[in-house]
Design a protein around this ligand. Structure first.
Ligand SMILES: [Zn+2]
Ligand SMILES: [Zn+2]
Length: 432
């Protein structure tokens, strides 16, 4: 029976300054709340980070929960530690339990005193963390297949749709589509088993939209980069590589995930999306890239498991895959630590030296700033950067530091191509 329970996403990447990857593992989690990674592994019945990865990648036994209640409970328990003094439940005195903030139902405290002490900090994010707590449960709808809800053909050209406010009116009234999910059996199961009462319908409508926006944010960011680089999907088929994909983009990925590009560029010559990354999760998209162009007017998704520069050597140089017209990376995270920059360096240099149009997205303006610095040191030619008009609307908390301002997926972007022109280098030399 357990295997029929669609699994929730595993504890999510702690974001912004704490990046979660093969290289850094749970390190950043533990540096904030010592022992937290152990708690997560323990709750998921796993012995170490390697087993966690193997499960995420579909190699090991899948995590089995006896029932939905257990699944939602274990997920919630990964958030249970005192936000003020970082005490974990197992370290509390006999008979004591952590108490949840009644306003957001998201953060926990060991004592009234700890809560009082934390309030000046927590009150700044409490409202937003209430939404975060709803979203992390409703996100399950992405894994049950209730989300994404279907979208409409575009009534405006891609160039006219500059942000969500342009996109949303083309969808007409979302209410019937959202109500269908609200009255579905999975939504009912969710609130029967989650350890909190069901939020009201308007809260749930908004939550569903925020989660859908995160899904679409990736597709629309790709479409935006196509336009910004002046690529013409009507003139010829396009090959777009998504470099450095992780379990976030590939767990539960469907062959139709980029179909919004068909609405964006109706009648295009064919678009291939190749997902490349060492953390690729097995599934229907894990099929070999095309050697020749795919069918026009449709999007073809394929994948390669490995680092991007390996993909280039193993596949592109051997003509097993097509050269990209565009490379996109969602939250590459190379600003975060030396291990990650080491992993990305060959790819960054390759993209620079082969003059490949490239777009990266980031979680925050701080991350943008640090990433720009690294790219400038590599003398990459930055075309532009700034806030992404198609940022995810779903706030996300830094798991081990809940009072940090929540961040949004794809909130910023950097677009670059080739080597910084020589005259720019000389100009900056004159200033010194
Ligand atoms: Zn405490
Ligand atoms: Zn609160």
């Amino acid at each position: 029976m357990a295997s029929h329970i669609p699994a929730l996403p595993l504890p999510d990447a702690p974001r912004t300054d704490s990046v979660f990857s093969v290289l850094s593992g749970f390190h950043s989690l533990d540096s904030n709340v010592p022992g937290l990674s152990k708690v997560i592994l323990n709750k998921l019945n796993m012995k170490d980070y390697g087993e966690y990865r193997a499960t995420v990648e579909g190699k090991a036994k899948t995590i089995s929960f006896r029932n939905y209640k257990e699944m939602f409970k274990k997920m919630e328990e990964t958030f249970e530690f005192c936000t003020s003094c970082n005490t974990l439940p197992e370290n509390l005195c006999e008979g004591r339990t952590l108490k949840r903030c009644v306003k957001c139902l998201n953060v926990y405290y060991c004592t009234k005193e700890c809560q009082r002490k934390d309030w000046p900090q927590h009150k700044k994010v409490c409202k937003k963390l209430r939404l975060v707590a709803i979203d992390r449960l409703v996100e399950w709808m992405m894994f049950t297949g209730d989300l994404p809800f279907p979208t409409e053909k575009w009534s405006k050209s891609a160039a006219e749709v500059k942000n969500w406010d342009d996109w949303l009116p083309m969808q007409g009234d979302l209410t019937p589509r959202l109500d269908a999910i609200l009255s579905g059996t999975n939504m009912e199961k969710l609130w029967q088993n989650a350890s909190r009462p069901r939020p009201d319908d308007s809260d749930l409508h908004q939550s569903l939209w925020r989660i859908q926006s995160e899904f679409l944010s990736r597709v629309l960011s790709v479409g935006m980069a196509v336009q910004q680089f002046g690529l013409d999907p009507y003139a010829k088929p396009l090959t777009i590589h998504i470099a450095g994909v992780s379990h976030n983009e590939t767990m539960g990925a469907r062959l139709t995930d980029y179909d919004e590009l068909n609405n964006m560029f109706p009648g295009h010559q064919g678009i291939e999306i190749v997902m490349v990354g060492p953390e690729l999760v097995d599934g229907p998209i894990a099929r070999p890239p095309l050697r020749a162009f795919g069918p026009s007017q449709s999007v073809y998704i394929s994948a390669f498991k490995g680092l991007y520069h390996q993909f280039w050597e193993d596949m592109i140089e051997k003509e097993e895959a097509t050269k990209p017209d565009l490379v996109v990376g969602f939250h590459p995270g190379f600003h975060a630590n030396p291990g990650l920059i080491e992993g990305w360096l060959p790819t960054l240099l390759l993209l620079r030296d082969l003059n490949v149009p490239t777009c990266f997205t980031l979680y925050s303006d701080k991350e943008l700033e640090r990433s720009l610095q690294i790219l400038l040191e590599l003398e990459v030619h930055i075309k532009d950067s700034g806030p992404n008009p198609f940022a995810s609307q779903k706030p996300e908390q830094v798991q081990s530091t809940p009072n940090k301002t929540p961040v949004h997926c794809n909130s910023h972007y950097i677009r670059f191509q080739g080597l910084l022109p020589q005259e720019d280098l000389e100009e900056s030399g004159v200033d010194n």
